[in-house]
Design a protein around this ligand. Structure first.
Ligand code: PMP
Length: 391
């Protein structure tokens, strides 16, 4: 019967990565896949994670199944990280451990679909590549709202214009910080406009937080989310430990529903457990057990994370300086203001192909570059290549 399945193209990102691996040129630069790398080109395991793992091995805890909600101490720690340690909303939220933020996005999509199969999810344009597939697989309709800059500033009017078509019960998918793929974040004062829109029109904000600590700092990167939670009755949150703890392959994250409506919140835990039980049953323990220890070693973790964040900021500044020296067009200099790992430059698929062919620089065809994958020694080469293909 599988013979009747449609033939699908390979995933373009991983396909491009494979082409990079086969490129014999020594000077090649890989800015495709969204992982942080150090100056040796390695995605490091954080020292605090190594220490945590050593302790876990020596403790030799049982591998027996954990509850459907996952590791409760981890869930509590994540809720505090997201909402703030002294948040009045702690306890008015339900958090469940998930298979990364990807698992959380899908689970919350499933939850929305169970409650309102007519809901449309509004996702940014351009969007994180997996947002649409995740929401559509949950059975939801997806539409886009514009996420772009105008005169170097976030153009909230374009976003609000598009969102004016949203109907009560629809969901607005937002990136908590470090927007993937553009690096353009909503300025602090603009989150209030989103909250107001949600309240006026009965929309539910769904904040996807995959890079907390990579933009301006752990608490700073949660300010928008916290403002929404203060002002809007119900907020959905997917969160990831892939980047800020470097736990990528451990698949560690949470799904959270915050609601001031106690009767509604009461319905949530059993439904979430029902949805995960009929999918993968219980989430994997190892990453959550590490994360609990990372929370305990808070100072060491924050210092390591801050060093990664500062490295990305420095790479951005030095690259913008180099682009300026090479008289690159002004729009490229926005790399300096962008937050987190990614920037999307105004480069056509042809220019991106030229970058690969002539300069051995690999980014996605949409113009996305993973700045956090760059080495300091590669900055001049990249600036030269970008100014050559720029229009
Ligand atoms: N959301 C966004 C915006 C992402 O960029 C990513 C990928 N890092 C994810 C979710 C998925 O994260 P995870 O590895 O935790 O599944």
């Amino acid at each position: 019967m599988f013979i009747d399945l449609p033939t699908l193209a390979p995933d373009p990102l991983w396909g491009l990565n494979a082409v990079f691996q086969g490129d014999p040129r020594a000077e090649k630069i890989n800015l495709v896949i969204g992982v942080y790398r150090d100056d040796q080109g390695v995605t490091p395991t954080m020292q605090v994670v190594r220490d945590a793992e050593r302790e876990l091995v020596s403790e030799g805890a049982s591998k027996a199944y954990r509850p459907l909600v996952g590791n409760q101490a981890f869930n509590d720690g994540m809720a505090q990280l997201l909402l703030g340690e002294a948040s009045p909303h702690l306890g008015k939220q339900h958090t469940i451990q998930t298979v990364g933020a990807t698992g959380a996005l899908r689970l919350l999509g499933d939850l929305v679909a169970r409650a309102n199969s007519e809901a449309t999810v509004w996702s940014t344009d351009p969007a994180y590549v997996n947002h649409r597939p995740l929401m559509e697989t949950a059975g939801l309709r997806v539409r886009n709202y514009r996420w772009r800059e105008q005169d170097g500033r976030f153009d909230i009017d374009a976003a609000l214009d598009d969102l004016a078509q949203a109907r009560a019960g629809d969901v607005i998918l937002l990136h908590g910080c470090c927007h993937n793929p553009t690096g353009i974040d909503l300025p602090a004062d603009r989150w209030a406009a989103i909250a107001e829109l949600c309240n006026q029109r009965g929309l539910i904000p769904f904040v996807d937080t995959a890079y907390q600590g990579f933009g301006d700092g752990l608490d700073e990167d949660a300010l928008g989310l916290r403002l929404l939670v203060d002002r809007v009755e119900t907020v959905l949150i997917s969160a990831s430990c892939s980047k800020n703890m470097g736990l990528y392959c451990e698949r560690t994250g949470t799904a959270t529903v915050v609601s001031a409506n106690g009767a509604m919140l009461e319905k949530v835990p059993r439904m979430l457990e029902h949805l995960t039980r009929s999918n993968y049953s219980v989430p994997p323990e190892h990453g959550a057990a590490i994360a609990i220890k990372v929370f305990e070693k808070s100072q060491a973790w924050r210092a390591e994370l801050e060093a990664m964040r500062c490295r990305i900021v420095e790479l951005r500044n030095l690259l913008a300086d180099a682009l300026q020296r090479k008289n690159a067009p002004a729009h490229m200099l926005a790399i300096r203001q962008h937050k987190g790992m990614f920037s999307t430059l105004k480069l056509s698929a042809e220019s991106m192909e030229r970058l690969r062919r002539e300069f051995a620089v690999y980014g996605t065809d949409s113009g996305r570059l993973n700045i956090a994958g760059l080495r300091f020694s590669q900055i001049d080469q990249l600036a030269e290549a970008l100014s050559e293909v720029a229009t």
